[in-house]
Design a protein. Structure first.
Length: 95
């Protein structure tokens, strides 16, 4: 017997608003997240109108100085996620 997948409350609400089955909404949500992650991994900015911008930025290599040993240590660059919300989201959060 196949086990039923647990549906997130957010996805359930999405399914209700779009008048679709929760399983279909869950698949839509998973595909959306996967596509978002793929684009960010390729250093592409993802803009969602009236929500905001997601951007993957690479940090610079940094050199740290250890006072006790007198040695320098290099911190490698890393990929970090940046999000800039839209003015609409900012206004909703303020109210």
């Amino acid at each position: 017997m196949a086990r039923k997948k647990k549906i997130d409350p957010f996805v359930e609400k999405l399914a209700q608003q779009l008048d679709m089955e929760p399983e279909q909404a869950a698949d839509l949500y998973e595909h959306f997240i996967e596509l978002l992650a793929e684009n960010l991994a390729n250093h592409q900015t993802v803009t969602i109108k009236n929500f905001g911008n997601f951007e993957a930025k690479e940090t610079e290599v940094r050199r740290l100085y250890n006072i006790k040993t007198g040695d320098y240590r290099e911190i490698p660059s890393d990929l970090v996620l940046k999000f800039r919300s839209s003015t609409r989201v900012k206004e909703l959060l303020k109210s």
